[in-house]
Design a protein. Structure first.
Length: 336
């Protein structure tokens, strides 16, 4: 199981550098004609080759998708389409040779072992909790990642702070299920706190950030959809626009209440359907109000957006509930 988005920290710059490095490497290989047209690119094998998680690979593929160098098709992943025409998918082993990369070229993940383990556990837990109730076996996870149990325990304690796993004294680590009731509770918290945080942050919010956020919305609406671009748009409004509020405790509570976003990510990742225009329009309205200095109206727009997002998330959860469970690491034992 590969990894998911990590908490923003001093490691974020390194994560950003990784996805840009992957994007640039693939971009140059495709434009040079080293990569066969129609080659199917999958997140997992590319993550293994670059020695990273799926997150930077997903973002890199999303950017290449926007550039028109790769395209979605009926199967999983993307296909290489350097000329933008229709090509037949070629499912070849993804390695340095097929991508035209030098065998001696260093494509090394620079993260520490603890960062890698934390990222991987975060991805696994955030995925499994949507599909049921699971027990995390510390010993099995330690063996799986070839680290000590204390390293696993430390990562799980950090993830407990994010609400992805829980543990009573002398009990097992448990993850999920993310129920309709919990989603409703999270959105109630967000509907109360995010508008207040936005009002506090708005006077200190960069005008350029708002303009850039509007531009990314337009690109997502007019361009080709990718999970990376969707995640960036969500971060623009629900993280970066609130950050200038300066209340770390408030922002920490909001981060713990954003697990319903996992449902949206999995929904689009598994179904590959077009993003709803309603969400884009709601984001745009809030951003435009901020741009005009109508901060009270922006806060009301954000509150209404969260109300509607709650209903959409509950509907998506129903759809996901009937989909087959994805492959999960062996240290996760399904309880129900």
């Amino acid at each position: 199981m590969e990894k998911t988005r990590v908490e923003k920290s001093s490691g974020e710059t390194r994560a950003g550098a990784r996805y840009e490095m992957i994007r640039q490497t693939l971009d140059e290989a495709i434009r040079a004609g080293s990569v066969p047209a129609g080659l199917v690119l999958l997140e997992g094998p590319l993550a293994d080759m670059f020695g990273t998680s799926r997150v930077p690979v997903r973002k890199a593929l999303g950017l290449l998708h926007q550039e028109g160098l790769i395209a979605r098709f009926e199967g999983r992943g993307f296909i290489v389409t350097p000329e933008g025409g229709e090509v037949e998918p070629q499912r070849l082993p993804l390695n340095r040779a097929v991508l035209g990369l030098c065998p001696q070229e260093e494509l090394v993940d620079t993260r520490s072992t603890s960062e890698k383990v934390f990222s991987d556990l975060q991805e696994a837990l955030s995925t499994c909790m949507v599909f049921g109730h699971y027990q995390v076996n510390e010993a099995s996870a330690a063996e799986f990642y070839n680290v000590s149990r204390s390293a696993i325990r430390e990562a799980l304690m950090r993830l407990r702070d994010q609400g992805l796993v829980e543990k009573e004294p002398y009990a097992q680590w448990l993850a999920g299920p993310l129920t309709a009731r919990e989603i409703t509770d999270h959105y109630e918290i967000r509907a109360c706190l995010e508008p207040a945080a936005l009002l506090k942050a708005a006077p200190h919010l960069s005008r350029q950030h708002v303009l850039d956020s509007l531009e990314r919305l337009t690109q997502l609406e007019q361009g080709t959809f990718s999970l990376a671009s969707l995640e960036r748009v969500e971060e623009d409004l629900h993280i970066h626009c609130l950050a200038p509020a300066g209340n770390k405790t408030l922002l920490g509570v909001l981060r713990q209440s954003q697990s319903p976003l996992i449902v949206t990510r999995i929904f689009y990742d598994m179904l590959g359907i077009k993003i709803e225009e309603a969400m884009l329009n709601e984001h745009r309205l809030v951003l435009q109000m901020l741009l005009q200095g109508a901060n009270d109206a922006a806060a009301l727009g954000l509150q209404e957006h969260l109300r509607r997002a709650q209903m959409r998330t509950l509907q998506r959860l129903k759809v996901i509930s009937v989909l087959p469970e994805p492959a999960l690491p062996p240290y996760l034992l399904r309880l129900s």
